[in-house]
Write a protein that binds this ligand. Structure first.
Ligand SMILES: C[S@@+](CC[C@H](N)C(=O)[O-])C[C@H]1O[C@@H](n2cnc3c(N)ncnc32)[C@H](O)[C@@H]1O
Length: 748
């Protein structure tokens, strides 16, 4: 990234930064300060409702600049949408997560879902907005959490971290930053205004916007009186669809759906309006009807529109400080010195920095190359925070590549204990290994299994993270192809594999762990069949787990019912995150506690639905024998007390052919180091007498015995880990050494 994407809306759930706070910072930086009446009266501890009202009034007094050009919707939908935005932007409101106090900052920073939905839809009344944003967004519950520390509020709404409480330093840092930001915002605003103007002119030439109504049957006349004209797509020309009118109709249909008795036409049912609205959303945003339907029904109509709108806007660029190498304040200062405009992502994270502007490529700064940070979406912090790994634990990251969460786990564990980072994709594992090395995570072992093979590969983990492969319906802003390329079959297949993976994850947790016994399941999808439905399935199949609170300070409750299906009430404890609520990627997080071993009959009942369970059956182990199944599904942690054979079993067997290559190479290297000719080894071996030779012989015999005893499919898949393991990849010795390391890690 050359110049960092500058995203106007403040990241995540933290409270809005007060105008007063920024005015104070600007005064400190010697900058001129605008003092709009509303901003100077901001109370130190604001409630949502008051807050929304205050900022609305303030916004309406400001110049009504429209930041069109940076909005994804405009870019994707073309110039007509730009015009549409301009047209509906009159009552534009200030974002709740707005940053700045000056007009310029407001105008430039203020964008995202609210702006996109337009004044006609959102925010004629601030209470509407509060309702739309839901309880979790600075709402009562989370407000309580976030506002509870009055001292922090007084300091201006954000902190670098709990242990870095020098507010003066912090403010100087931010003030310097704000100064740079203000200048950049002004320039950018001027540029964007010019671009928007050009787009508008072009749009008038290219579309049939001016003076016609594409939905109108009668030439030149208005549409239906109820504001809902005829069928979608009836154009009188073959020109591009009239996006402005399409958008107006979306608005109007939503209004009708909210007040059917008063606004609906007598001969039109709710279902007809909904169907019309979904079709319009498909045309306007470019979704397949299948996906638009699925996503639309997650929300009330108005909120659905806000969601679709937010998917047109990129989320903020965020980086996570690698606390194995630096502190957030130091990192922030270094990057500011390089011309990066940033600030802490919010109170909820001690390690996140949101980047507003950067004149340097953030993926190539000396700090980046030295592993002081990783570029990572804020939502990706959440599953790791929910898992809350402890030092010296044994943790499994089941689907780990490219390692954003693995390295976060390692950092929280302060490089103690061991993290097994698994991903079956060898290509993606390269990125995983790269990140592990760059960030200096030394307690990680990488392996390449299909995670459905767990816990047969190894089990007994204190904590397991399953960040499952998913459809990506939460990250449409990043990958717009999801809008059209996900079919019903994809959702069925994904849901199936997610269920299998989740059962394997549960079975890999050690219920008797003294410090843990937890599992977090997460996806970057908002689809119910990939989230609540998967969790509900696991709760049914594994009576030995229960859901617990995620401990995350924001997020909406998981669904306990959806389109006629109802789920276990405890699913309320799962958390959903949305781009239009917290300005984070759409995400889902569920946290389980395992309190007992998996009963044998549970595995039997699922008929071998996980690969591990199926393999157990194939191996001829009886599910009737409880102890077998329990052992298989709930292996004790590997410890130095375990006998050698048990340890090797846990790593799933060796590939002798592959191993012998590595072993030969290692022997030759050793000879070279000793100044001997390695080709001696290619000659017929002389009679061996040394102690080392004897040991080698015994080892080979043991390996042969083990290889015979192992089932064929249990090929060695540990590809790299700590530098030592990477160097001796795949050999039996490497595994023993690695296991030794893991054990050492545990002892530390
Ligand atoms: C959402 S990504 C994981 C992102 C990763 N946790 C991070 O934070 O960087 C899902 C991963 O699941 C992996 N995956 C797909 N099928 C899998 C399976 N059967 N077992 C384990 N991982 C799988 C994919 O290769 C992909 O890397």
């Amino acid at each position: 990234m050359g110049v960092g994407r500058r995203i106007g809306k403040k990241q995540g759930a933290p409270e809005p930064l007060s105008e007063e706070h920024f005015a104070r910072l600007k005064r400190k930086a010697g900058l001129p300060v605008d003092t709009p009446a509303a901003s100077t009266e901001a109370p130190s501890k604001r409630r949502r409702g008051n807050n929304a009202k205050t900022v609305k009034v303030e916004k309406l007094t400001k110049k009504n600049g429209v930041k069109i050009a940076t909005n994804g919707a405009v870019k994707k939908n073309g110039a007509a949408a730009a015009l549409a935005k301009k047209a509906v932007a009159a009552p534009k409101k200030k974002q709740l997560l707005d940053l700045g106090s000056s007009d310029d900052e407001d105008d430039d920073i203020d964008m995202g879902s609210d702006e996109g939905t337009g004044g006609a839809l959102l925010g004629e009344d601030s209470d509407d907005e509060a309702e739309l944003l839901g309880d979790d967004f600075l709402g009562s519950d989370d407000d309580d959490v976030l506002d509870s520390d009055v001292e922090e509020d007084a300091r201006g709404g954000f902190v670098f971290s709990d242990d870095e409480d020098d507010s003066d330093l912090e403010e100087k840092l931010t003030a310097a930053n704000i100064e740079g930001l203000s200048r950049k915002l002004e320039k950018k605003q001027a540029r964007e205004d010019a671009e928007a103007e050009a787009e508008l002119k072009e749009s008038a030439l290219q579309t049939n916007i001016v003076g016609t109504n594409m939905f109108d049957e009668s030439d030149g006349e208005d549409g239906d009186e109820d504001g809902v004209p005829g069928a979608a797509g009836k154009t009188k020309t073959n020109l591009a669809p009239d996006l402005q009118l399409l958008r107006s109709r979306i608005s109007e249909t939503i209004q009708v759906l909210e007040d059917m008795p008063r606004l609906a036409a007598k001969d039109r049912s709710r279902a007809e309006y909904v169907s019309q609205l979904i079709k319009d959303i498909c045309s306007y945003y470019g979704y397949s009807e299948y996906l638009a339907h699925k996503l639309f029904h997650l929300f009330p109509p108005r909120e659905a529109f806000a969601f679709f709108e937010a998917n047109e806007t990129p989320r903020p660029v965020v980086l996570r400080t690698n606390t194995l190498k630096t502190h957030r304040r130091e990192l922030a200062q270094s990057l500011i010195n390089r011309g990066v405009t940033l600030e802490p992502v919010g109170k909820w994270s001690k390690v996140g920095l949101q980047v507003f502007e950067s004149n340097v490529p953030l993926g190539a700064t000396p700090e980046y190359l030295a592993g002081h940070y990783i570029l990572q979406a804020a939502s990706s912090f959440l599953p790791v925070m929910a898992l809350a790994p402890q030092e010296k634990e044994r943790v499994l990251d089941m689907a780990a590549a490219p390692g954003g969460k693995t390295t976060h786990l390692a950092a929280l564990m302060k490089n103690t204990g061991v993290v097994f980072a698994n991903d079956p994709s060898k290509a993606r594992s390269k990125g995983l290994i790269g990140n592990i090395h760059r960030l200096g995570a030394r307690n990680v072992i990488v392996c390449n299994y299909d995670a459905r093979d767990f816990p047969r590969v190894m089990g007994g983990f204190d904590r397991v993270l399953l960040d499952a492969p998913c459809s990506g319906t939460g990250v449409i802003a990043k990958d717009a192809s999801v809008k059209t390329n996900k079919t019903e079959k994809d959702f069925m297949q994904l849901s199936h594999i997610q269920k299998q993976l989740l059962l394997s994850a549960i079975d890999s947790v050690n219920h008797a762990s003294k410090t843990g016994g937890y599992l977090v399941y997460s996806t970057c999808s908002v689809a119910v069949e990939e989230n609540e439905a998967v969790v509900a399935y696991a709760l049914k199949r594994r009576p030995n787990v229960r859901l617990v609170e995620t401990g995350l300070p924001f997020g909406k409750e998981g669904f306990t019912s959806y389109m006629g299906k109802s789920f276990d009430p405890s699913i309320k404890q799962t958390r959903r995150f949305y781009p239009h609520h917290q300005n984070v990627d759409g995400f889902f997080v569920a946290k389980f506690k395992k309190f007992a071993p998996t009963p044998a009959n549970a595995i039997r009942a699922e008929g071998g639905s996980t690969k591990a369970a199926a393999a157990l059956g194939a191996d001829g182990e009886s599910y009737g024998d409880d102890s077998d199944a329990i052992r298989a599904s709930n292996k004790a942690p590997i410890s130095e007390e375990d006998d050698e054979e048990e340890k090797e079993d846990a790593f799933g067997g060796f590939d002798d052919d592959e191993d012998s290559k590595y072993m030969d190479r290692a022997r030759k290297n050793a000879m070279r180091r000793r100044g001997l000719d390695p080709h001696m080894l290619d000659q017929k071996p002389a009679k061996k007498t040394s102690k080392a030779d004897k040991e080698e012989k015994t080892e080979k015999a043991e390996e042969a015995k083990e290889a015979e005893a192992k089932p064929k499919e249990k090929k060695e898949k540990i590809v790299a880990a700590t530098p030592a393991a990477a160097a001796t990849n795949g050999s039996a010795k490497a595994q023993k050494a690695q296991k030794g390391k893991s054990t050492q890690g545990k002892k530390k």
